[in-house]
Design a binder for this molecule. Structure first.
Ligand code: HEM
Length: 182
């Protein structure tokens, strides 16, 4: 998804590429240290996961009775946390359909409740692979953006791309990008 977004937003793609050249330069051997310095790339990945979270909702089962906001939850009740809906709530993300990596600048991020950003879930049973996935995504973008310029293929739909959220999220149509060697 991130390559599609970058193909559609060439200024953001260029900014990501510039940061990668500054931090990594020409070397092929990208270290963990290098990846931790790619702050703008991290913001782009976070914004991609806000708009296109692979999991649209996550479920929990109550172990004990509790009342939250006047709603009574009994033991064994199962309920869904609507991740996708929360990520598009204007109270937390003004103009939610706009792709804006600056929402994840440290200052902006610190103004929001952490429960408003849930691509990896939350709490003791959140995603165990979160950090690994983050590093993998950064590494993939670094190697590909260094070598290729991405542009939208013919008839590529505009952003935001329509998403089917019935189970794991997926785009309603197949998305293609052109990759041109730099
Ligand atoms: C972008 C990539 C990924 C996303 C968006 C993602 C998202 C999620 C979400 C939303 C949950 C449920 C968390 C909750 O209910 O609070 C979850 C659970 C889990 N994920 Fe991921 N995940 C990703 C990659 C990975 C990877 C790479 C691994 C393994 C290497 C992994 C392993 C797991 C496991 C084992 C759980 C269950 C944890 C538990 O029940 O205690 N995930 N993930």
């Amino acid at each position: 998804m991130v390559f599609y977004v970058l193909a559609k937003l060439p200024e953001i793609q260029e900014k990501v590429r510039e940061e990668i050249y500054e931090v990594v330069g020409d070397k092929d051997d990208v270290s963990y240290e290098d990846l931790t310095k790619l702050h703008y790339l991290s913001q782009v990945i976070q914004e991609t996961l806000r708009m296109y979270p692979p999991t649209a909702r996550t479920n929990r089962t109550c172990t004990e009775e509790i009342i939250i906001g006047g709603i009574q939850f009994k033991p064994q009740f199962t309920f869904s946390v609507p991740v996708y809906v929360i990520h598009y709530d204007e109270r937390y993300y003004p103009e939610p359909e706009k792709f804006d990596p600056d929402r994840f600048l440290p200052d902006e991020k610190s103004k929001r409740d952490p429960l408003t950003y849930l691509p990896f879930g939350y709490g003791p049973r959140n995603c165990i692979g979160m950090r690994f996935a983050d590093l993998e995504m950064r590494m993939a973008v670094v190697h590909l953006i260094k070598r290729f310029n991405f542009t939208p293929a013919n008839d590529a739909p505009d952003l935001p791309v329509k998403i089917n959220t019935s189970s794991l999220t997926r785009t309603e149509q197949v998305l293609y990008v052109n990759a041109e060697k730099i």
